[in-house]
Write a protein that binds this ligand. Sequence first.
Ligand code: NAD
Length: 287
Amino acid sequence: MAEQQIGVVGAGTMGQAIAQTALAAGFPVTLYDVADGALEQARQRTEAGLQRLIDKEKLPADTLPGALERMNTTTDLGALAQVQGTIIEAAPESLSLKTELFAELSAKAPRETILASNTSSISLTRLAGAVHEGADRVVGLHFFNPVPIMKLVEIIRAEQTADTTVERVDALARTLGKTPVAIGDTPGFAVNRLLVPMINEAIFLYQEGGASREDIDTAMKLGAGHPMGPLTLADTIGLDVCLSIMEVLHEGFGDSKYRPCPLLRRMVDAGYLGRKSGRGFYTYDAA
Ligand code: NAD
C-alpha cells in the first residue's frame, strides 16, 4: 500500500482520471472542486472507470471497495491542503486561477507536500513565482487524455524546482504505471511542441490544395507509421485546442514558424471544432 497521500484539484476530465489512476495504484486520494456536482459526477465516473478496468482484467477483481473507501471528496481547500504527499492541480487552464490556487496551497499545505500542475501551456516558473512558501516544490506533471490508457507523463521543471522534487514526482509517476520524461519549462513542453505544428502544417497543405484530406491522413499513416492521420487527429484533439496550442507556441517563441494556419482559425471561428461539435475536417454523428 502506497504511503503518501495524493490531493487533486479540479474534478473534471483530467482531475477525475488522475484521481482514479492514483486510487487504482493504492493511494489515498482527496479530490477537491468548487462544484459539488462535479465531485458527485467524478465519484460515479471513478467507480465506472475502475469497474471497466476490472472487467478488462487490467486491475484485480477486488480493487473497487478499497479504492472507493480511499477516495475523499471536498469543496474545502483547507481540507485538501492537509494532504501529506503530492497535490496535483487540474483546474481550468487560466493563469490567474492557477496562480491564486498555488499561492493559497503553498500557504496552507505542509512544507514537504509537492505542488504539481497538470497545465498544458502555462509556465511552471510563473506558477512557482506565485507561491509564498517553497517554490522549489512546484513542478509540472502533465498527464495525457485518457489518463488510464496513456502511458506518458511529462515532468516539467521550473527554474525554481529542486532536484528532490523531480525525483519524487518521477517515482510517483512510475508507481502510477506511467513512463515519465523530463522537460524544461519551455512553451508546449515536448509532445505539443512536436505534434501540433505537424498538424498545423497538414492544415496548410490542405488549405493550399496540395492534397485531399484523406490523402494527407493516409500519407502520414502509411508513410510515417502514425496510428491516425493529422487531420483526423486534429478533429479528435479539438481544433480550438490545436489553435490555442499554436498561439502559445507562436507567442512563447515569437517565431513565425509557429503561426496558426488561417484555415484552422476560420474553422474555429465557424464553430467547426472537430468530433465534439460534429464537424471538423470530417463530419461525425452527434456525440
Ligand atoms: P475540465 O473543464 O474538464 O475540469 C475542470 C474542473 O475544475 C471542473 O470540474 C471545474 O468545476 C473545476 N474548477 C473550476 N474552478 C476551480 C477552482 N477554482 N478550484 C478547483 N476546481 C475548479 O478541465 P480539464 O480538461 O480536466 O483540464 C484541467 C487541466 O488539465 C487544464 O490545465 C488543462 O490544460 C490540463 N490538461 C487537459 C487535457 C485534456 O485533454 N483535457 C490534457 C492534459 C492537460
